[in-house]
Write a protein that binds this ligand. Structure first.
Ligand code: SAM
Length: 281
């Protein structure tokens, strides 16, 4: 029988604290080459090495365990993380939807929890399209979309040089050269210089993508779709984001149509990361 993490910690952590050991955490990577990322409550800080060791005992594929030490911060949306146990080299290859992604979670944003959201976007694409992914990170959206839809070409724009480097490598790993391309730079500067418009544009930066709407709107073809991400109150998830898009479009004399919205993930008890889909005429 496979022993649980708590089982491995009994006798090491006092019984009254054992219940605080998190039962869920993220694992990125594959066989023998995975990294676990866990948020350990303050009360258990003195036991974090033992918790890391227990995770490795139960999950034999985990080579390193990282403890979350902060919220995501800064332009690159990274968090401080501490190596609790294992290999100092935390670069891994993660598999999702038949794609492979090389990355180091200590220097780039990547969320395994957003695979469902990527599937939802893919399911909306039915024909040949040019897709622009702003704030593209290591490339999960453009690569997953293009792998599933052979008639799609995609372009990713990303500011973090490490994420961009991994994106280029992931395009090669997934044999998508020629169909997926990536530009290193600030969306504010790169978007106006593209000189073309796209059938579908994604803005997966919930913290502040709305501040770029003035340069984002012109990248959408007339009749194209903007998938716009935002942080919103659970009391009214979509109105603010839609008003911001509509006002930005109006400045270019363009009309919009709200197609729908989805709550992608909880951010705090009353705030979620949401996506709205808007057609821009
Ligand atoms: C929330 S992450 C999403 C990354 C990726 N789309 C994904 O789903 O994994 C947002 C990304 O936007 C990048 N970013 C932030 N400001 C940017 C800017 N002004 N121009 C380009 N990229 C930016 C960050 O470095 C980060 O990788």
């Amino acid at each position: 029988m496979k022993k649980t993490i708590k089982y491995n910690l009994s006798g090491i952590i006092p019984d009254e604290l054992l219940q605080l050991v998190p039962s869920s955490f993220d694992i990125l990577g594959a066989k023998g080459d995975a990294v676990a990322i866990i948020e350990i409550p303050d009360e258990l800080e003195e036991y974090e090495t033992q918790i890391g060791e227990a995770i490795c005992k139960v999950h034999h594929n985990v080579k390193s365990v990282l403890g979350k030490k902060s919220e995501r911060h800064g332009e690159f949306r990274l968090r401080d993380m501490k190596l609790l146990v294992g290999d100092e080299d935390t670069e891994i290859i993660h598999k999702e939807s038949g794609c492979r992604f090389k990355l180091d979670p200590r220097v780039t944003y990547f969320s395994v929890r957003e695979s469902t959201e990527r599937e939802r976007i893919i399911s909306q694409i039915t024909g040949p399209e040019d897709v622009l992914v702003l704030f593209g990170g290591i490339g999960p959206f453009p690569i997953c979309i293009s792998k599933k839809r052979p008639d799609v070409t995609a372009l990713s724009i990303e500011l973090n040089p490490d994420a961009h480097r991994y994106c280029l490598e992931n395009i090669r790993l997934n044999k998508l050269e020629g169909r997926v391309s990536a530009i290193l730079g600030d969306v504010r500067e790169v978007a106006p210089s593209l000189g073309k418009q796209f059938d579908r544009v994604l803005t997966p930066l919930p913290k502040g993508a709305y501040l770029f709407l003035d340069v984002i709107v012109p990248t959408v073809k007339p009749g194209g779709i903007l998938h716009h991400y935002h942080w919103a109150s659970d009391l009214d998830s979509y109105s603010e984001a839609y008003t911001l898009v509509d006002e930005a479009a109006a400045k270019y004399g363009r009309k919009t149509e709200f197609l729908g919205g989805v709550r992608v993930a909880k951010y705090s008890p009353r705030v979620s990361k949401v996506r709205i889909d808007v057609r821009i005429y």
